[in-house]
Design a protein. Sequence first.
Length: 94
Amino acid sequence: MLVNRPAIEDKIARLAAYLGLARDFDAFIAALIDLPAKLGVPYTLSGLNVDCEGRRAEIVAMAMIDSCAPENPVEMSKKMTQDIFDRALEGRLS
């Protein structure tokens, strides 16, 4: 969502308001980040026991050709996809 922010910020702000949050992209992201803890669910791929060891290149390549990729609001580069994967693996926002 952070990568797509320029293309979706207004829609997400409206969604936040609909959910009773401040009409703000950051308010929605904060609520989204808090959700796994409230549900008792790990928020990293490693915390979910997803075995990615040594498969980064393969997973990134598959993401680049996934049928959903062309529909992403922001055109994804290999570097952006690698960065998103690394952040998901480590539980980082940036």
